[in-house]
Design a protein around this ligand. Sequence first.
Ligand code: 13P
Length: 265
Amino acid sequence: MFRVVPLLSKRKEYMRKPLIAGNWKMYKTINEAIALANGLKRELLDFDKADIVICPPFTCLSEVYEVIMESEIKLGAQNLCWEKEGAYTGEISPLMLKDSGCEFVIIGHSERRKYFLESNELINKKIKAALVVGLSPICCVGETLEEREAGKTIEIIKNQLEGCLKGFAIEDMLGMVVAYEPVWAIGTGKNATALQAQEVHKFIRNWLAENFSSGFADNVRILYGGSVKPANIKDLMKEADVDGALVGGASLEVSSFTQIVKNAI
Ligand code: 13P
């Protein structure tokens, strides 16, 4: 799962290939999605210095997959159901995502926690369901502004990690990705500074080392998300424990997403 590539960065030691993921959220009709995917394919066809993942809405996964299948760009979804199949009206199963060409799935995004009341317990079930079929979960954690201002950032992240990753063995977690997305930085234009991101990323990696193993922790990619732009990705990526980004708004345009990918290396 973890491709070993030589990198000219602090990540070299552990061979973590950078990963830049675009979360399209609830944007793009099928035609718009095809146009965006075509544009990205044109710009990034053979780009293999980072893993590039795009996560369109469910309705255009298959069409986008048709566009990118012969490129280096990979497909991800934004959510899934924890059950394999059954009477769950309106839900999408892990196998259906695989069937549509997905390799990744975002789980526990703060918007899902906030608007759809997803708990750490539910997120834990979803991560398990993804791993069982070989989808790489991008497990999102992050504190609100009030929590940060109250000095509770690390406590919140720890609590989320404990809940979301409860009961897993290392061998179950192949392909696991963690995304640190401070809620106050999402869609606000106010990104965390590189140092703020590094502090939390380092905590996450140490937590993974303590609770699983240092070998495992060294291989898990930890992404930063929240107002990532072409202008700030370079600084973020200089940090030892920032292995990539989960990009919202700036992933909706060919030029900005392409620039982020290229500036990340
Ligand atoms: P923005 O990049 O728009 O702040 O969104 C971040 C995000 O939520 C990615 O999942």
